[in-house]
Each structure stands twice: as structure tokens, then as C-alpha cells.
Design a protein. Structure first.
Length: 386
């Protein structure tokens, strides 16, 4: 009797730690229960919680092992069918889509639990899609939409259909599904996604003014939505595509003021910088590029750093420009295209300033590569040798 209370207490400790978000401590608590109380009636529940925790941490192999133990050691457990479903999910997340699909299909014939059947159908659709079996996936999703019990999954499935057709450039069908979500599930978490993508589906279908109205409605009616700043950016981008540069900048500035903490402010700053650079307002563009660039080693940041250097050069700040060109390589080596361009521009600037030895060093580095910049560098080296 004493051990019964102790193992229950141990389980409750693990459960509370999990609820508090202390996953590592919760894992240790449930593992301790399994080791210390091998005869506990809570072992299946402990393995189940461990499976969920490992899954949340992204360790899908360990997660699947915990669900396997329930399936093999506790065949009469009330959690067995859930464990089978989660085992399939672990395989799916590991990329074993075929094995996951087999388990989902077996559940459809072996269980009478409608909730599990519905989820197994849904997940099997994704597994087939990942396997490249698009028609099979679409048939599965369409069957769920026909089933009244599938209604909780319907908004997500319809959003997938909309995105699927959008990706296929079938903008009419994409609009159809996005509109259905907005009309049928206005309070759903998927409604904002549908509003945003409806705007782009309309734009790409030639309905430019209508797309601006959709984006504007999202901005005005759903100010707290994650898509609101994206919609402002989209309005700016539509104006930019129409060569309405002042209107585009105005929208990007609204985004910067209204959502200063949003991650996409860097994109807005970069967009403004690009427009100003095209207008040859190099000193002003420079200020926006400097705010837009981050320390992440990426192609995008390499390009922005190149723009900083080029604007510095065109603004007459040659010393700063040389330094900024060289930053492209040592800060953002992932952006190889921009590294090559920066080396060439820097070498040409050094040569112009009479710093031939430094320029020659950069030409030698470039000559080891491939492409237009490397070809030009090799020609420069040959001319020097002559």
C-alpha cells in the first residue's frame, strides 16, 4: 500500500513538472518511476508521458521506443491505441512515411474509436503526400471533408487544398478553398492564413485591386493576427511591383512603426533601402540597409552587406566601402555569389585608388573560383604579368 501511494506521487510529480514546462525534470521523474517501481500499475502511463515528452523535444526515435513498450508490454492498456497512433507519428517525423502510413491504415480497420480513426486518416493523408502520392493524399482529405465527424479537421485540410492549388498556379481553385474557410470558419485559427493567401491568389490571378482590399481588410480587422504585419508588407510589395515606389515606402514605414518588434521589420527596411538605392539616394538607403542586416550567415544578409558597401562607395565614402566589401566574406561566407561580387568590386576600387598590391591579392583569391568574376580576375592577373 505504501509503494502504491509513492508511485502515484512520483507520477504526479512528473505530470506537474511537464505542465510547468520543465521537460527534462519531468522525463527524469517518469524514468525514476519506471526504474524504482517496476510493478506499478502506472507504468503504461509513465511510458506514454515519456513518449510525448521526447516527441516535444524532437527525439522521435526515443519517443517511438516508449510507445513500443506500451504496445508490446501492455496490450490491454487503455492507452494502447493512442500509443500505436503516436508510434506512427514518430515514424512520420523521422521521415519513414511508408511505415507510418501502414500503421495508420491498420488502425483504420482495428479500432472503433472515432477520434483515433479521424486522426489516423488525417495523418495518413500527410504521409501519402510526403511519399509523392498526391492523388492518394487528396482522396483521403476529400473523404474526411465529406464526413461530418471530420469537421474539426476541415479548416486545416481546406487550407492545405488552397495552398496546394496555389502552388500549382490554379488560382481559381485556391481562391475557392480560401473563401470557404473565411465563410465557414471565421473564428478558426486558419481564417487569418486564408485571408492572407486569398490576397496573393487574387493578385496572381490578375485581381490586383481586389487583392489590396483583402490585405487591407486583414490589417484593419485583425490587428493582433500574426498575418497583420505580413499583410502590410504585402500591400507594400504590390505597390512596389506596380512601380508605385512612394506608396510602397509608405506601407513599409507603417509596418516599422506599428510592429517594431516583428521579425519582418528587417525585410521592410531592406525593401526601403532597395528602392532608395534604385533612386540613387545612396546615403539614405545606407541607413535602412544597416538596420536591415543581421549577423546570421545567410545569402540574404550577404546581399544586404554588399548593398551597404556599394552605397558607401557611390556616396563617396571609399574607405568605408572597402571595409564593408570585405565584411561580406568574413561575416557571410554562405553568400558565395555576393562574396565573389564584393571581392571584384573591392579590388576594382583599390586599383582605382592606386592600391595595386591589395587589389592584386583579391584578384588572386577570385581567380581560384569560377564564373564571371573569376574570369575577369584572371584577365587582370595576365595583364599585370605582361
Amino acid at each position: 500500500p505504501q509503494s502504491m501511494f509513492v508511485d502515484h506521487a512520483q507520477y504526479e510529480i512528473g505530470f506537474m513538472l511537464k505542465k510547468m514546462g520543465k521537460d527534462d525534470a519531468a522525463i527524469l521523474a517518469f524514468q525514476s518511476l519506471v526504474v524504482i517501481f517496476p510493478e506499478s500499475t502506472l507504468l503504461d502511463k509513465a511510458h506514454y508521458q515519456l513518449g510525448l515528452l521526447y516527441s516535444e523535444k524532437g527525439d522521435y526515435r526515443a519517443s517511438g521506443n516508449q510507445f513500443d513498450r506500451i504496445i508490446e508490454k501492455f496490450p490491454k492498456s487503455s492507452l494502447r491505441e493512442e500509443a500505436v497512433l503516436h508510434k506512427a507519428n514518430s515514424l512520420y517525423n523521422e521521415g519513414s512515411y511508408g511505415k507510418a502510413a501502414q500503421i495508420y491504415e491498420s488502425l483504420l480497420t482495428s479500432t472503433k474509436n472515432k477520434g483515433i480513426i479521424r486522426r489516423a486518416q488525417y495523418h495518413s493523408g500527410w504521409a501519402y503526400y510526403r511519399m509523392g502520392k498526391e492523388k492518394k493524399a487528396m482522396d483521403v482529405f476529400k473523404n474526411i471533408l465529406k464526413d461530418a465527424d471530420g469537421s474539426p479537421l476541415a479548416p486545416g485540410i481546406k487550407l492545405w487544398f488552397g495552398e496546394y492549388y496555389y502552388g500549382k498556379e490554379d488560382f481559381q481553385n485556391a481562391q475557392k478553398y480560401f473563401r470557404e474557410i473565411i465563410r465557414q470558419y471565421p473564428e478558426s485559427s486558419f481564417a487569418d492564413d486564408a485571408h492572407y493567401w486569398l490576397g496573393w491568389a487574387m493578385y496572381d490571378n490578375g485581381m490586383v485591386e481586389e487583392s489590396l482590399e483583402v490585405f487591407q481588410a486583414l490589417v484593419l480587422d485583425r490587428t493582433q493576427s500574426k498575418w497583420a504585419p505580413q499583410a502590410i508588407l504585402a500591400i507594400g510589395d504590390v505597390h512596389k511591383k506596380r512601380n508605385e515606389r512612394d506608396k510602397a515606402i509608405a506601407q513599409y514605414e507603417i509596418l516599422l512603426k506599428r510592429y517594431p518588434e516583428s521579425k519582418i521589420t528587417n525585410i521592410a527596411n531592406n525593401r526601403i533601402g532597395t528602392i532608395l538605392k534604385d533612386q540613387e539616394k545612396h546615403a539614405l538607403a545606407l541607413e535602412y540597409f544597416k538596420v536591415a542586416v543581421t549577423r546570421e550567415n545567410s545569402e540574404t544578409n550577404a546581399q544586404i552587406q554588399f548593398d551597404i558597401a556599394e552605397c558607401s562607395e557611390k556616396a563617396g565614402m571609399e574607405e568605408e566601402a572597402i571595409e564593408e566589401y570585405l565584411k561580406v566574406e568574413y561575416r557571410y561566407p554562405m553568400g558565395k555569389f555576393w562574396v565573389m561580387r564584393a571581392y571584384l568590386k573591392c579590388a576594382e576600387l583599390l586599383e582605382k585608388r592606386g592600391e595595386h598590391e591589395r587589389a592584386f591579392t583579391l584578384y588572386q583569391k577570385l581567380a581560384d573560383g569560377e564564373g564571371r568574376e573569376a574570369d575577369l580576375a584572371r584577365k587582370k592577373i595576365q595583364l599585370r604579368k605582361r
